[in-house]
Each structure stands twice: as structure tokens, then as C-alpha cells.
Design a protein around this ligand. Structure first.
Ligand SMILES: NC(=O)c1ccc[n+]([C@@H]2O[C@H](COP(=O)([O-])OP(=O)(O)OC[C@H]3O[C@@H](n4cnc5c(N)ncnc54)[C@H](O)[C@@H]3O)[C@@H](O)[C@H]2O)c1
Length: 255
């Protein structure tokens, strides 16, 4: 099935690694022009090269999404070259351990800045362009942690609940301008984010086993599986999907 991405300009935050890089590779395979927006230039340039080596179109853009002026500069430079932005995938995010008694100012600033403020700056700066175009698609990446309580990660959980709320607000505010907004809630997926968190556990092996057994499907997700869901929600083939909060979590949130 042709999902209609040929020549589309797609901005993907956090596309230098994990789920974001899988999204970038998949969009490029579908003929889209992907903008890898990340603060890791080494990995970002590696993904750019990998996509180009497979005859895809990719550009790496160095950006810290917590700074509005950096996001604005990047978006202006993309518009100067490509004259429009069709799709924004708000994927960049950080994780931290800690419960209500142990989180501190540093964790709060770091996680809230990227997972909430960064998402808002990207929506604002890309949204201003999409309003001019009178069309656009935004997919935000939240988490199963935004839907149910998960122990010992209170700040991460609340930021992901905020991403769901941001999606619902934007789905109402931006639809008069032809901008469709949806949200994916991945379950635990094997990426650097999870590998780092497992490495910090006292017993990484049993922690991983527990994570696998905590969902009916009894395994962790693959970045490609989350990327496929994001790609589908971005397509006009599923154009009636709007304000959708789609969980892709091996059943974690249903039991
Ligand atoms: N991996 C999981 O199990 C899982 C589960 C649910 C939700 N998620 C969400 O999916 C998204 C991607 O997760 P992942 O596991 O691929 O993470 P990852 O750590 O593998 O990759 C995150 C990317 O974001 C980039 N990034 C971080 N801060 C940034 C900033 N300020 N500006 C620009 N780029 C920045 C990093 O450089 C990195 O390339 C995150 O929002 C995460 O919360 C992940």
C-alpha cells in the first residue's frame, strides 16, 4: 500500500538513536525527506549517512529542543530549503528513575525540559508553518507510563501524561488549520534509553525478565514496531485518526 510519503518533509526529533532513528529509516524507505533533529551529532550524522547509502534523503540538524531559539533556527533553515514541513514526529525524550520521595530539582529540570517544554517548542515552531500551509500532521511520542502508574519513575510518568494532554489540546486547537495531531504510547522497547536504565539496575537480567513478563506478549518491543505505528498514524490513509492515543505495548496497559 502506498502510504503517500513520497517527497514529504518529515522532521523527527531524537532521530539519532532508538525509536527515532528507526522512524527516520522507515520514512526514508517510503520516499520521504527526513530531517534528523538531535543534539548528538556523531550518531545523527551516522544515521544520515546510513539513509543516504540506501539512496534515501536525510539531513542532520543539530538542535537542543529545550531551547526555543534553536528550534526556531532549525525550522527556518528547513523551510528556507524545502519551503514546507509536512510531518512532525515529536520523539526526543529522556528517562529517570526516582519516586515521590527521591526526585530532585536536577531531575525535574532535565526531564521536564526535554519531555514537555521541548515538545511544546517543536509544536509551536512547526505549527506556525503548518498553519500557513493549512495542513500538517503531528505525532507525539508519549509512553505506557503516561497511561498507568509505574513504580519509581514519577517525573518521567508525569511528563508522558503531559504529552497525552498536549496531544488532546493540539487536536482541538490546531484542527481548524488542517493540522492532525495524534499520539503513540510505546511499551518498553529495546533502545539505548532502556539499556542504560537496565544497566543501572542491581540485577539487570532479572529486571529485564520482569519487564518482559509484565506484559501479555512476554517480550520487549522492537524500535521498528513502534516506528511502523508512528508511520501509519502519520499517513493520510488513516486520515480520520485525530486526537488518537494509540498504545503499542504488548498489552501492558490492559491487565
Ligand atoms: N524505549 C522505550 O522503552 C520507550 C518506551 C516508551 C516511550 N519511549 C519514548 O520514546 C522516545 C524515544 O525513546 P528511545 O528509547 O528511542 O530513546 P533513546 O535514548 O534511544 O534516544 C533518544 C534520542 O533523543 C535525543 N535527545 C535527547 N535530548 C534531546 C534534546 N534536548 N534535543 C534533541 N534531541 C535530544 C538523544 O540524543 C537520542 O538520540 C522518548 O520520548 C521515550 O520517552 C521509549
Amino acid at each position: 500500500m502506498d502510504l503517500g510519503f513520497h517527497g514529504k518533509i518529515v522532521v523527527i526529533t531524537g532521530a539519532a538513536a532508538g525509536i527515532g532513528s528507526a522512524v527516520a529509516e522507515l520514512f526514508a524507505q517510503e520516499g520521504a525527506k527526513v530531517m534528523i533533529a538531535d543534539l548528538d551529532s556523531n550518531r545523527g550524522k551516522e544515521i544520515e549517512k546510513k539513509i543516504q547509502n540506501h539512496s534515501g534523503y536525510a539531513e542532520f540538524h543539530l538542535v537542543n529542543i529545550t531551547r526555543e531559539e534553536e528550534v526556531q533556527k532549525m525550522i527556518h533553515s528547513i523551510i528556507a530549503s524545502h519551503h514546507r514541513i509536512d510531518i512532525l514526529i515529536n520523539n526526543a525524550g529522556l528517562y529517570a528513575h526516582g519516586d515521590a520521595l527521591s526526585f530532585n530539582e536536577e531531575i525535574w529540570e532535565k526531564i521536564v525540559s526535554v519531555n514537555i517544554k521541548g515538545v511544546l517548542w517543536c509544536i509551536k515552531q512547526v505549527g506556525l508553518q503548518m498553519v500557513k500551509q493549512k495542513r500538517g500532521v503531528i505525532v507525539n511520542v508519549a509512553s505506557e507510563a503516561g497511561l498507568v502508574g509505574i513504580a519509581n519513575q514519577i517525573v518521567y510518568n508525569l511528563t508522558k501524561a503531559a504529552v497525552i494532554s498536549i496531544t488532546q489540546s493540539c487536536a482541538i486547537d490546531l484542527i481548524p488549520y488542517g493540522i492532525r495531531t495524534n499520539c503513540i504510547c510505546p511499551g518498553t522497547t529495546l533502545t539505548t534509553l532502556v539499556e542504560v536504565s537496565l544497566a543501572q539496575a542491581s540485577d539487570p537480567f532479572s529486571t529485564r525478565e520482569k519487564l518482559e513478563n509484565s506484559r501479555p506478549i512476554q517480550r520487549l518491543g522492537k524500535p521498528e514496531e513502534i516506528a511502523a505505528a508512528i508511520l501509519t498514524l502519520s499517513s493520510e490513509v488513516i486520515g480520520y485518526a485525530h486526537g488518537t492515543i494509540m498504545n503499542v505495548d504488548g498489552g501492558y496497559t490492559i491487565w
